[in-house]
Ligand binder design. Structure first.
Ligand code: DP6
Length: 358
């Protein structure tokens, strides 16, 4: 067993030749895990640039279990842009303009790509006219509240940047991924990540930074109970818009509550202080799980933290492998997976924990 969260990005650059030189295909494959916020991003101050009303902190998951794999390719023989999501051909580009915005930002930073031996030369100008084929695959339910847009957009931005030889660092790429989906900016790093809300109107300082890498607190085990793989009823985008428009408390949360929690959470992560981490993550999540609370109350100090995003699926963070095994035992007892229930899987950072459960 290795660390539970590993560096998120792996990419491969390939070149396929098919006879004539005009038939080359240049492609990049990248893999990006999703992230789970422990202090949530909820509410935007700018809808089109995707600028949040508060900082947020997340944990990036192990790509073996929840990740998007994306291949982007370009060839002079492609006569149109095409896109596949989980094997199905999708309308290109996605509606809403977010994808186009990311693509525009990446294209603006593209550099020449040259392979003399193979006789390939793509200039900055060529990138504006060459058609793209994009194929993306999630190994977890799409749009069910498991931050599929985070992994998807981060992976897309990263792979396009590699393909087009963009020389920006991860912080600058995170500002581009942010414009595809806010939480995506945090998926460019492994470990614990903070999205700094920033102050500038153009969003240039609204970027993600790594607080601690994946080895820093590798005792933690993240357990995800996928109770429903159905699409969530309210998207995060519209849910947070409605909150900002109608909630009297959201300003108070953004200005008073979250800044304090961010400082405390950073401290808890630095010190690997699980009781504080659990208290803050649970407090910041808007749902309550009775059994986790009851269990934590019955022990001297908390054993498990839970948190929810916009969907129904529970994310639980166990303080160590022993507790994770106990947690799985309890979950399997209370919600045995069978054909009658919607509960279909437990995603864990390390399969050997299942053996511990027996
Ligand atoms: C509850 O990043 O999906 O997961 O920026 O509108 O695309 P858009 O929203 P999105 O919202 C994520 C909300 C959340 C909390 C979080 O990840 O911080």
């Amino acid at each position: 067993p290795g660390p539970l969260t590993v560096p998120p990005l792996q990419s491969r650059l390939g070149l396929q030749m098919a006879g004539e030189s005009k038939k080359w295909v240049l492609l990049v494959t990248a893999q990006t895990p999703t992230n789970i916020a422990v202090i949530k991003y909820w509410g935007k101050r700018d809808e089109s640039l995707i600028l949040p009303i508060n900082d947020s902190i997340s944990v990036t998951l192990d790509p073996a279990h929840l990740c998007t794999t994306t291949t982007v390719s370009v060839s002079p023989s492609f006569d149109q842009d095409r896109m596949w999501l989980n094997g199905k051909c999708r309308r290109f580009p996605f509606p809403g303009g977010r994808f186009q915005r990311c693509l525009k930002e990446i294209r603006a930073r593209a550099s020449d790509v040259e392979d003399e031996k193979k006789g390939i030369k793509i200039t900055k100008k060529d990138w504006e006219n060459l058609h793209l084929h994009i194929s993306s695959y999630n190994n977890f339910p799409t749009a069910a509240g498991l931050a599929s847009s985070a992994a998807g957009l981060a992976c897309l931005v990263f792979s396009l940047a590699k393909l087009m030889n963009v020389k920006e660092d991860l912080g600058q790429l995170s500002a581009i991924a942010r414009q595809g989906s806010g939480s995506a900016c945090r998926s460019l790093y492994g470990g614990f990540v903070k999205w700094i809300m920033g102050k500038n109107d153009d969003g240039s300082d609204s970027i993600a930074v790594q607080l601690a890498d994946e080895k820093h607190w590798d005792e933690l085990v993240i357990v995800i109970a996928v109770v429903s793989s159905r699409q969530k009823e309210t998207s995060s985008t519209s849910g947070m818009r409605e909150t900002v428009e109608t909630s009297m408390l959201i300003k108070h949360r953004a200005k008073e509550v979250v800044p304090k929690r961010i400082v405390e959470m950073e401290e808890a992560i630095k010190n690997r202080d699980f009781p504080s981490f659990a208290h803050l993550a649970c407090a910041d999540s808007n749902q309550i799980i009775g059994c986790v609370e009851k269990w934590n109350r019955s022990e001297e100090s908390p054993q498990v933290a839970y948190t929810f995003d916009a969907g129904p699926n529970a994310v639980m963070i166990a303080r160590n492998r022993k507790v994770a095994a106990l947690l799985l035992q309890r979950l399997l007892f209370h919600f045995p997976p069978n054909a009658d229930t919607d509960l279909n899987s437990y995603v864990i950072g390390d399969k050997s924990i299942l053996q511990d459960v027996g």
